[in-house]
Design a binder for this molecule. Structure first.
Ligand code: COA
Length: 214
């Protein structure tokens, strides 16, 4: 698919060693392979949809279908960007943002994962800071939300370090058991910025594709 059809695929955001890039088809296999190598302990589920528990021979197709579905359903009313993350040129995981009625709400929810070998080194904090700066500075967002189970220390640690504040809790069904979800909210003035400036590519086209600058 060309970036003319879907400018999301032509987005590229770099800041020091961090690069966020649209997930083109050539990245689907490598990202799935990274997930197969492991994202979390098998008995600790950090995600609402436990996609990482799929059998090894099914995960690549499920993963690709998720991304193809996001492309197929991309609209100004509902769009998401799950970008590939490179650190020092190496593919390490994904940083996402999902939205609903963004033209009216100007709010998006972040979500992310890293291959286990890349966790606990500050990369999760760096990529979230880069995504939040991009969304505030280049997409005119007014709020960013996130949420994590209260036992997900690293995700909550990233949110805290980026400047999100606690915004209530919810109880949801996690694999048949009740789990407490911590909701988080970030406003532009509270973002703790990454030490490196952002360089962006493909932004005018992407802004038009989400209905800004019509
Ligand atoms: C969540 C995730 C993206 C965070 O990225 P990361 O690179 O591991 O996190 P960082 O190294 O930037 O850590 C951020 C902070 O979290 C805290 N933290 C990290 N790991 C922790 C742990 N195991 N226990 C307690 N605190 C922890 C630390 O306070 C750290 O701050 P510090 O650098 O001052 O010590 C990554 O761990 C991951 O992919 N986890 C599995 C998937 C997941 O949970 N996704 C989020 C779903 S809501």
């Amino acid at each position: 698919m060309t970036t003319a059809a879907l400018p999301l695929l032509g987005l590229r955001i770099t800041a020091g060693p961090v690069e966020l890039r649209g997930v083109t088809d050539d990245l689907l296999g490598p990202l799935a392979d990274l997930a197969i190598k492991g994202v979390h302990d098998p008995d600790f589920i950090p995600f609402f949809v436990p996609w990482t528990l799929a059998p090894t021979d099914e995960l690549p197709r499920n993963f690709a279908q998720f991304h193809w579905g996001q492309r197929a359903n991309f609209s100004t009313a509902r769009w998401g960007m799950d970008l590939a993350v490179f650190f020092d040129g190496e593919l390490v995981g994904s940083q996402g943002l999902s939205t609903r009625d963004y033209l009216i709400t100007r709010i998006g929810e972040t979500g992310s994962w890293l291959g286990r070998e890349f966790q606990g080194r500050g990369i999760g904090t760096a990529m979230r800071k880069v995504m939040c700066a991009f969304v505030f500075d280049h997409l005119d967002a007014q709020f960013i939300t996130s949420s994590a189970y209260t036992d997900n220390a690293s995700s909550l640690g990233v949110s805290r370090k980026c400047g999100y504040r606690e915004n209530g809790v919810s109880i949801i069904n996690r694999m048949g058991k009740p789990a407490t979800l911590q909701m988080l909210l970030l406003e532009p003035g509270d973002l703790v910025r990454y030490e490196h400036e952002l360089t962006v590519e493909g932004v005018p086209e992407f802004r038009r594709s989400i209905g800004l600058d019509d």
